[in-house]
Design a protein around this ligand. Structure first.
Ligand SMILES: Cc1cc2nc3c(=O)[nH]c(=O)nc-3n(C[C@H](O)[C@H](O)[C@H](O)COP(=O)(O)OP(=O)(O)OC[C@H]3O[C@@H](n4cnc5c(N)ncnc54)[C@H](O)[C@@H]3O)c2cc1C
Length: 474
């Protein structure tokens, strides 16, 4: 039996970041008394923290309290692959869902976020390993090859073709000599980050700006009254406005539960081996993913590691978020084997850690934003479907506008105030998701092996599309 892969505490990224005082501190102890605020933010991931940032940008005097059950960045925001892009890669779906004019507004608004995040890191001395090196989508099997034409055609129609570069197989392999890579599509205006450094840097800057952050403070319940009343174990918060940035955990909040489902994504990271990266020729820092629905995503680190993740994995029938989303030995082994297959020079480089996290999935792959309650004073931003590092920055702008009741370009974007697509009720939702995820993974794995899945697998894998869902790259 090979030795088990070490489960990271939350993620290797968080372990790395928290070893540095500028990302660890200062302390933000749990709420221990009743407090009042102008705006209370529920959840200390990127959505909650960028909202706090943009609220302070709109009005430095606004009094903001942020409540986080764990530590800021302890959820997916500090655990993800660190791909920091807009919606360029989703252009076909964005146009299909919202129409060309609204899609163009969304693409442009979100397209600004990666560059602005980099500039924000520079301005605030946050070394988040921001690398503006592009995101490269690659075909990894014959069926996937030659499929970027649709994206380019829509891009041309919208005058956005400069955002993309089609790469022939030899050009892809010139950037990273993986034996499984075929042709590819490069999106140059995209970046990658060390996500936990970004999250913890954001937390530090917010505290400096006067945002009162309470970590270790789970919201037990809240009422959409005026003021909103929020209960936590150590005290109550009364706030004029509330912003819900709870990610996958929002599935316990009844008003949004019909619009969300949860699945897992799992990552492994190697020991440093910069000379092996050079052997691969992968020194340009591109973040690389395949185009399977159950997506693989890989990136490098400044000290020469590879982190590779796989989405679309469901650790059980029920979608209750528990420790199986933090670590799953079977999935970690599977991802480690994929890493060796993609990058043979790394086959004997030790895997240092593995971890996972829950993805909150919306019915049409795009996040949704809006306001609820008789007073319209509870605002939410959810359903990023595995693509939230860049988009949550735009999400923060939207939610800051909603929480200040501004009527501007952000609140009029097409992702705001439209009813998202509903999922079937439980237990059909969880059972259906488990069946579909299994079929999708099987079909993708067979395709990578050059084989075609049986008709039943293909039928189940495509059922969501037939029912009008677009569950995105898993
Ligand atoms: C393994 C993995 C890889 C990913 N890779 C990428 C990638 O490469 N690029 C990309 O763009 N996206 C990626 N994503 C998705 C991305 O991480 C998310 O879309 C993004 O972080 C969402 O941020 P958020 O603030 O909305 O939610 P979260 O980061 O989930 O934050 C929600 C917070 O709410 C807190 N919370 C939960 N319950 C309570 C409660 N009752 N009271 C108070 N607080 C509570 C949680 O602890 C958590 O910190 C990945 C996700 C995972 C899991």
């Amino acid at each position: 039996m090979p030795a088990p892969i070490r489960p990271a505490r939350r993620s290797w990224w968080l372990e790395e970041a928290l070893a540095h005082p500028e990302f660890a501190g200062p302390e933000a102890p749990p709420l221990g008394r009743d407090v009042a605020a102008d705006v209370a933010i529920l959840g200390g991931g990127f959505t909650g923290m960028w909202t706090a940032w943009f609220l302070k940008e709109r009005d430095p005097g606004i009094d903001v309290v942020l409540l986080e059950a764990d530590i800021c960045g302890g959820g997916p925001s500090g655990r993800n692959g660190g791909f920091c892009d807009g919606w360029w890669g989703h252009i076909v779906d964005v146009v299909a869902t919202y129409g060309e004019a609204a899609a163009l507004e969304l693409l442009m608004a979100c397209g600004r976020s990666p560059g602005e995040i980099g500039a924000w890191c520079d301005a605030h001395g946050v070394d988040a390993w921001f690398r503006h090196a592009g995101v490269l989508a690659v075909a990894t099997n014959p069926a996937a090859q030659g499929r970027f034409g649709g994206t380019l055609e829509v891009a041309r129609r919208l005058g956005l073709e400069d955002e993309y570069r089609l790469l022939a197989p030899e050009e892809v392999r010139g950037r990273c000599a993986s034996p499984v890579f075929r042709d590819g599509l490069l999106i140059p205006d995209a970046a990658n980050v060390q996500p936990a450094r970004l999250a913890r840097g954001l937390r530090r800057v917010l505290i400096e700006r006067g945002v009162r952050i309470y970590e270790g403070t789970p919201v037990l319940r809240f009422r959409a009254s005026k003021p909103v009343e929020i209960e936590t174990p150590g005290g109550r918060v009364r706030a004029g406005e509330a912003v819900v940035g709870l990610g996958a955990w929002a599935t316990w909040w009844r008003p949004v539960a019909p619009y969300l489902t949860v699945r897992g994504s799992y990552i492994v990271i190697t020991a440093p081996a910069p000379e092996r990266l050079e052997a691969l020729g992968w020194t340009g820092g591109e973040a690389i993913h395949d185009v399977r629905p159950s997506v693989h995503y890989a990136r490098t680190t400044p000290d020469g590691r590879i982190a590779l993740g796989l989405g679309g994995l469901q650790p059980g029938l029920s979608q209750r978020i528990d420790g199986r989303y933090d670590h799953h030995e079977g999935f970690a082994r599977r991802v480690a084997a994929d890493l060796a297959r993609w990058f043979p020079p790394f086959a004997d480089v030790p895997i240092e850690a593995a971890w996972g996290g829950p993805i909150n999935v919306s019915g049409l792959t795009m996040p949704f934003f809006g306001s609820l309650g008789r007073h319209g004073n509870v605002h939410y931003g959810l359903g990023y479907t595995g693509n939230g590092v860049g988009p949550s920055h735009l999400g923060g702008k939207i939610l800051a506008a909603l929480a200040t009741h501004a009527d501007d370009g952000f609140t009029r974007l097409a992702v705001v105030s439209r009813e998202p697509k509903r999922f079937p009720p439980e237990p059909v939702r969880s059972l259906g998701a488990a069946l579909v995820n299994t079929a999708v993974l099987r079909e993708d794995d067979l395709a990578d092996a050059g084989r075609r899945a049986d008709p039943l697998t293909r039928f189940v894998a495509r059922l969501p599309r037939r029912l009008g869902y677009n569950l995105g790259a898993h």
